[in-house]
Structure formats: C-alpha cells, structure tokens
Design a protein around this ligand. Sequence first.
Ligand SMILES: [Fe+2]
Ligand SMILES: [Fe+2]
Length: 166
Amino acid sequence: MAVREQKEKVIFRKRQKEDFYRAVREIAHHPAVLEMKKYPQHGRTSCYSHCLRVAYYNYRICRLLGLDARSAARAGMLHDLFLYDWHQYARRTGKHFHGLTHPAEALKNARRYFRLNPLEQEMIVKHMWPLTLFPPMRREAWIICLTDKYCSTCETMAGIKARLLG
Ligand SMILES: [Fe+2]
Ligand SMILES: [Fe+2]
C-alpha cells in the first residue's frame, strides 16, 4: 500500500511538472524573457530563475486551491520583466524607486510580447503590495504577493550564506 501510494505521488508530481511546463512554455522560451538571465535579482539568483521559481510555486498553490493555476504560472514568469539590473538602476538613472515602479514596467513589457488576461495583469502589477498602493482583488494576486516574498527571502539568504562560506 505504501509503495503504491509512493508511486502515485511520484506520478502526480511528474504530471504536475509537465502541466506547469505546458502553461509557461510559450513565455519561458521567448527571447525577451530569456534576456532576464542576464540580470541578477537576489543573491546569486538571476531574474529568470527567480521568475521561474515564483511561477512554479504560484502554479502549485493555485492548483491545490482550485484557482487559475495557468494564469498564476504565466504571471509569475512575467512579474519581474523589467529588463535591467536593478542594483545599478538608481546610479544609472537617478531614480530611487525601483521597488515601486518595476511592476508597471514589467506589465508594460509583458503586454508588448504576450496577450494577457485581466488576472495575469493584476498579478503582475500588484505583486509588490503593500509597497504599491492598491491591494490585490483576486486570490491568485494575493498568492503571488506571498510567493514572491518567500522566494526573494530564500534567494537573499542563500546569497548571504554563499558569500559567508566563500
Ligand atoms: Fe518584483
Ligand atoms: Fe519578484
């Protein structure tokens, strides 16, 4: 019985990963999105890896809760598509509010390359709440606020640990 349950769990996880990949495939291979690999996000994590991680957690949580997991995955993949190194942004542009402005920048870029539904747009533009003014209206948008903060924290901690261990 335990072996059978184990096998079912493995099959379920494999199918879930395949479904996730199908949901983000169009976005994950787009040249503009691949460009995020050039930019560091938190610690040693690139913007692309960060978005992929947020997308996957979004997908799993939303699927578990019976929400729109596909849109949640797509929005996760695009939520930080601002396409610059934010560590040098203030020095280069004189603007000091990357944290506040990048969701709108990411949405603008995402809309340039993809057709997004209203939920995906809300998730991208509100993912930094409460830094940004308007709170999320849909449950998926609340979830990206949490997954983004969780992933950001883990990535930052991993970066600190790697630096300390040399
Ligand atoms: Fe962000
Ligand atoms: Fe993020």
